[in-house]
Design a protein around this ligand. Structure first.
Ligand code: IPM
Ligand code: MG
Length: 364
């Protein structure tokens, strides 16, 4: 029995979560995995029901599970709350509490979606980048952070950017290990021409690289990387970088592939992994059965791979998504003239069916 905690969250979170469960049930049927689901509150819904974004009971459920699926959190309703009571604080809190220091964000272009990118098809065809983002350190967690009134009038606000060599070392190792089973190329992204923490970052990454002589390492400044991702994204295999740079570059990398609605992510490093789409809660389209559930579904593939050690089941999910796209089905965000437009539920049904049919033919 595999116990999975579901944190549907806000906006489109609950709708896409339903499709994720549908797809995992299907793959469970084919691969002989039986799931036990527990739903818990996090984000805006937790603020409404319990007065805080990450209730202790939610954390406890996550700690006692084999893996956590998260839909999305946040929305205009909670935007005016103080920083530590916003839904986003729940997300940062769960990452910290579960020790999820490594965030893997693969940006891969599906052949059938090459034309959906805003870049030229020849630039994006074949993109396969993995952004490894440090997730529990850097600017998003550094102390002190505060705001104060200045005696001469006006305000001052402070955030702190710090990294220890231990934090850099462990995220670098995740990146090199990932590269070993990919194209064996790591690009470490920093701003070491300015930032002291980036100079330490570069030094430590160079040291870790010595353990991986088969992996080619290069360094790039973050501004250059932002440009190179648009100019020649195929030069990248694994990108490893800090929390904030990774936040920004992973959105950029995601968009190369056509839609943010396609990109999954895995947050690992602790005992229990957390899997969520890169996109947000999209409150404007919530409840209309039009959101793209594929990023959430592909996050299930990452759960199968990284937390459950089921690579074949994981591939089944990815292949089913590919098959459905190839057959011409599209949600609104990736729809183009001549394709078959479907809603959230129909997309989930199609993927689940493709898994069940693929299973019958013993496809793996
Ligand atoms: C992400 C999101 C979050 C982050 C926000 C919602 C706190 O942008 O997962 O990339 O900045 O990490
Ligand atoms: Mg982000």
């Amino acid at each position: 029995m595999v116990k999975i905690v579901l944190l549907p969250g806000d906006g489109i979170g609950p709708e896409i979560m339903q499709e994720a469960v549908k797809v995992l049930e299907a793959v469970g049927q084919v691969e002989g995995i039986s799931f036990e689901w527990e739903t818990a509150d996090m984000g805006g819904i937790a603020i409404d029901k319990h007065g805080l974004p990450l209730p202790e009971a939610t954390l406890k459920a996550c700690r006692n599970s084999h893996g956590v699926l998260l839909g999305a959190v946040g929305g205009p309703k909670w935007d005016d709350l103080p920083g530590d009571l916003r839904p986003e604080a729940g997300l940062l809190g769960i990452r910290r509490e579960l020790g999820l220091f490594a965030n893997l964000r693969p940006a891969k272009v599906f052949g059938s979606l090459e034309a959906a990118s805003s870049l030229k098809q020849e630039v994006v065809a074949g993109i396969d980048v993995l952004v490894v983002r440090e997730l529990t350190g850097g600017l998003y967690f550094g102390r002190p952070r505060f705001r104060e009134a200045l005696p001469e009038g006006g305000m001052r606000a402070v955030d702190t950017l710090e990294y220890t060599s231990m934090e850099i070392e462990r995220i670098a190792r995740v990146a090199f290990e990932a590269a070993m089973v990919r194209q064996r190329k790591v690009t470490s992204v920093d701003k070491s021409n300015i930032l002291e923490s980036s100079r330490l970052w570069r030094e430590v990454v160079n040291q870790v690289a010595k353990e991986f002589p088969d992996v080619e390492l290069n360094h790039m400044f973050v501004d250059n990387c932002a440009m190179q991702l648009l100019r020649d994204p195929k030069q990248f295999d694994v990108i490893v970088t800090t929390n904030m740079f990774g936040d920004i570059l992973s959105d950029e990398a995601a968009m190369l592939t056509g839609s943010l609605g396609m990109l999954p992510s895995a947050s690992i490093g602790g005992k229990v992994g957390l899997y969520e789409p890169v996109h947000g809660s999209a409150p404007l389209i919530a409840g209309q059965d039009i959101a793209n559930p594929l990023a959430m579904i592909l996050s299930c593939a990452m759960l199968l791979q990284y937390s459950l050690g089921r690579p074949r089941a994981s591939r089944r999910v990815e292949q089913a998504v590919e098959a459905v796209l190839e057959a011409g089905y599209r949600t609104g965000d990736i729809w183009q003239e001549g394709y078959n437009r479907v809603g959230t539920k129909a997309m989930g049904d199609l993927v689940a069916r493709a898994i069940l049919e693929g299973g019958a033919y013993g496809k793996s």
